[in-house]
Design a protein around this ligand. Structure first.
Ligand code: PLP
Length: 284
């Protein structure tokens, strides 16, 4: 696999970053994951815009401009022959001279790394036909979840808690309300109304979420952006998650209790179809 690191395209085994890199020592970095469908990038513009915001919130410099970033994505897709898959991008505050909590001097070059993950069949996932199972766990992450940092230990632990419980993922709960999934936004549907948590510092502002809400409104669905509880979700007609890698993925079980008919609901399935169709058309 050819990867990109700090201006160079290299075989993955030759790519190196410093042990003093602040991404490694402090999780002082941000990332994006963009999906590839038919060899093209899905919603690159949305990801680039969120990346710029994440960098700004952390006073971090962008090592490349967004046109250059698009070109790097395209080069990697081509060099690795990706038809369906993902591109991972990470930017950190770079390698300081030594380990120190204070940020390094402003002229410290940021570290930028990109790699591809080939995933044939990503859009035709069997899980989309059966739906997934989730459990609820307490949300123990930091308070700026709107910034897409590489600080992912708690979500990783959540995923392991889900696996241990025989489920696929976990929905996190704070002050009695669902925030989001470990790596996705969470939704329920009741009497035709689509409900998902409002934007704020408590959740990541999903790029897929923005597109799906737009398509839902265009399809004349009623959308409520507000908090909901696990009890409300258990009584819902349908539930699903969204992310750049899962697209729209139905949820059929929550804490061992079946949601709706226990199979992917018609509205979730329709939203998945619309999302994939429209995003393929708009892919760059
Ligand atoms: N919420 C969290 C915590 C995530 O990690 C992600 C994706 O990685 C999402 C939501 C979904 O965001 P997007 O649709 O931009 O992939």
């Amino acid at each position: 696999r050819t990867v990109y690191v700090n201006g160079q395209y290299l075989p993955e085994e030759e790519a190196k970053v410093s042990i003093f890199d602040r991404g490694f020592l402090f999780a002082d970095g941000v990332y994006e994951v963009t999906s590839v469908l038919g060899g093209k990038l899905v919603d690159f513009g949305g990801h680039a815009k969120r990346l710029e915001r994440s960098l700004k919130e952390l006073d971090m410099a962008a090592p490349v401009d967004m046109d250059e970033l698009l070109e790097i994505h395209r080069q990697l897709v081509e060099k690795n022959g990706i038809d369906e898959g993902l591109i991972y991008l990470q930017i950190t505050r770079g390698a300081a001279a030594d380990r120190d909590f204070a940020f390094p001097p402003e002229d410290t070059p940021p570290t930028i790394v990109l790699f591809t993950q080939s995933k044939p069949g990503l859009a035709d996932s069997p899980a989309a036909r059966t739906g997934i199972k989730v459990i609820s766990i307490e949300d123990q992450r930091w308070g700026r979840r709107d910034i897409k940092t590489v600080q992912l230990l708690y979500p990783s632990m959540g995923k392991m808690m889900a696996k241990a419980a025989g489920a696929d993922d976990a929905w996190m709960v704070e002050d009695g309300f669902v925030t989001e999934g470990t790596s996705n936004n969470a939704y329920i549907i009741k009497n035709g109304t689509l409900i998902t948590r409002h934007l704020g510092n408590e959740i990541l502002h999903g790029i897929t979420r923005a597109a799906v809400l737009r398509f839902a409104r265009e399809a004349q669905m009623t959308v409520e952006e507000r908090p909901f509880t696990i009890d409300e979700a258990k009584e819902a007609d349908e539930a699903f998650i969204t992310s750049a890698s899962a697209f729209v993925m139905p949820v059929v079980e929550l804490d061992g209790q079946t949601i709706g008919a226990g199979a992917p609901g018609a509205v979730s399935a329709r939203l998945r179809e619309i999302y994939l169709d429209e995003m393929r058309k708009a892919a760059v």
